[in-house]
Design a binder for this molecule. Structure first.
Ligand code: NAD
Length: 411
């Protein structure tokens, strides 16, 4: 199933509950602008390479477009379109004053040098600099991109428009970023997981967690949950996956990955397992924190975890979601579970505009406050309407965007 069809199904379920008209559905589903550009660069070898870059600006009824930039070989317009719409609902669920957007370049960053990636990033900015900016659309890191790339974006944008640190978030702390942004998505995933455990009446210490993905989101989720006395029993990335029933040592995993360009391959503190075994692990909580579409009709029945936290965007396909729903597997949906990143991006944007910097404690405190509020609202809606957490989160997000659309006036 195409990613856009999957999220459309989730949207429709919420729209039915909200009794939205067909016209309003069409308006909310259609992206405001979609851009595709060519990105030619000269490789270190002198050879020419050409990539395709996308930016989809889905909806700005509640504020400027906001969304990450993904570098991955499978990036295409359908994926970017889907992720842009997810951002619209996500910013609304946590009630930060943004709309939704997403960007991507179809490239495998592992195959290119840092200098080549810098050229790609700067050329992409050259192609779209008139279409984004602090009050228009604010990119951020996503899969395959990081803080250094956000610094290049700010620097290149400044060549056209002058000093504008708020044109992009997720920047390095030494270059107009803020402490606490990098960890925010994983920290948010962890803190929301704890709130869910508590609502479900589970004790936290010893809770067995399996995490797919050990990048920005996966590492910080693992660290946060281990600090909360959970047991990380399995972790995997694109290169390898490992299991240890007694608990993997997250700091050792991090040390190992740091010396190998972020890769887990070769880790000695656990038994090697396959990705499929990781997803079907005997554990209490499964956290997909890598790609979308990893839990499908084909493998959902094998999942043994009674709780799934969607740290990645769109990891559960609708057929799998229906099966989880039917057998009582609780799914904390992406548009709430990984919203810590965009929330901290909002803090960064606010501080850039004020030329001020908060300390890490204030960032964490504000992040926890906003996520706790959103979690409670979604939980209450789910309970009062008898719908899944996903449908409740969509109802909250779609409802807010619909209301802002009406308030702003359509004619
Ligand atoms: P990242 O590039 O830092 O890490 C991605 C991880 O996934 C890496 O460990 C990689 O090896 C692994 N991976 C890739 N392909 C895999 C495969 N086939 N099997 C197993 N593992 C695989 O990316 P990230 O920023 O951590 O993002 C991960 C997910 O979280 C994405 O879905 C992204 O959209 C979502 N997300 C990220 C943020 C953020 O702030 N970075 C915010 C919200 C949502």
């Amino acid at each position: 199933m195409r990613a856009s069809e999957a999220t459309r199904m989730y949207f429709d379920r919420a729209a039915d509950q909200l009794d939205l008209s067909d016209n309003m559905r069409r308006l909310l589903l259609t992206a405001k602008r979609e851009v595709q550009v060519q990105i030619p660069i000269e490789r270190d070898s002198g050879e020419l390479a050409t990539f395709i870059g996308y930016r989809v600006q889905h909806n700005d009824a509640r504020g400027p477009f906001k969304g990450g930039l993904r570098y991955h070989p499978q990036v295409d317009l359908d994926e970017v379109r889907t992720l842009a719409a997810l951002m619209t609902w996500k910013t609304a669920v946590v009630n930060v004053p943004y709309g939704g957007a997403k960007g991507g370049v179809a490239i495998d960053p592992a195959q290119f040098s840092l200098r080549e990636l810098e050229r790609v990033t700067r050329r992409f900015v050259d192609a779209i600099h008139d279409l984004f900016g602090p009050d228009v659309d604010i990119p951020a890191p996503d899969m395959g991109t990081n803080a250094d790339m956000m610094a290049w974006i700010m620097n290149q944008y400044g060549k056209y428009h002058g000093f504008s640190p708020a044109c992009v978030t997720g920047k390095p702390v030494e270059y107009h970023g803020i402490p606490g942004r990098e960890e925010a998505t994983g920290r948010g995933v962890g803190s929301l997981a704890l709130k869910l455990f508590s609502r479900l009446g589970r004790t936290i210490p010893g809770t067995r967690i399996a995490i797919q993905g050990f990048g920005n989101v996966g590492t910080h989720t693992a660290k946060f949950l281990q600090d909360a006395e959970c047991r990380i029993v399995a972790v995997g990335d694109a290169t390898a996956a490992f299991h240890n029933a007694a608990g993997l040592d997250v700091l050792e995993l991090l040390r190992h990955a740091r010396t190998r360009g972020g890769r887990l391959e070769g880790f000695a503190g656990g038994d090697r397992i396959t990705n499929a075994e990781l997803l079907a692990m005997d554990c209490d909580v499964l956290v997909p924190a890598a790609l979308g579409g990893v839990l499908t009709a084909a493998n959902a029945a094998a999942v043994r975890a009674p709780i799934i936290i969607e740290a990645a965007n769109a990891p559960v396909e609708p057929e799998a979601d229906a099966l989880f729903d039917a057998r009582g597997t609780v799914v904390l949906p992406d548009i709430l579970a990984n919203a810590g990143g965009v929330t901290a991006s909002w803090f960064e944007w606010v501080q850039n505009r004020q030329h001020y910097q908060w300390g890490i404690n204030r960032v964490r405190q504000e992040l926890d406050r906003i996520l706790a509020e959103a979690f409670e609202q979604v939980w209450q809606l789910s309970t009062s309407r008898g719908v899944s957490l996903r449908t409740a989160a969509y109802m909250l997000g779609v409802g807010r965007v619909g209301r802002a659309t009406v308030l702003g006036g359509i004619a």
